[in-house]
Design a protein around this ligand. Structure first.
Ligand SMILES: [Zn+2]
Length: 74
């Protein structure tokens, strides 16, 4: 688990392993999960490459170009 997660996330494998040993694997998993993904999907609309959320943090659009407000109304 530590190895897999450390490959996918911005965390060193040994740091991930240490967290899992010092805490428990379950708690360690939550801590490691809080680190960002190495390959965030980014935003197609404003070029924000660090976006990991469904809605972009900068322009507020999702993959289809709809903002949160528009999505909620429809
Ligand atoms: Zn954006």
């Amino acid at each position: 688990m530590c190895y897999q997660e450390s490959k996918n996330r911005k965390i060193n494998f040994f740091l991930a392993l240490l967290i899992c040993i010092v805490t428990t694997p379950l708690i360690g998993y939550f801590i490691i999960s809080s680190f960002g993904l190495r390959n965030p999907k980014g935003c197609n609309w404003c070029g924000n490459t660090k976006n990991e959320a469904v809605f972009c943090g900068i322009c507020g659009k999702n993959d289809e170009g709809l903002s949160r407000e528009i999505e909620n109304k429809s």
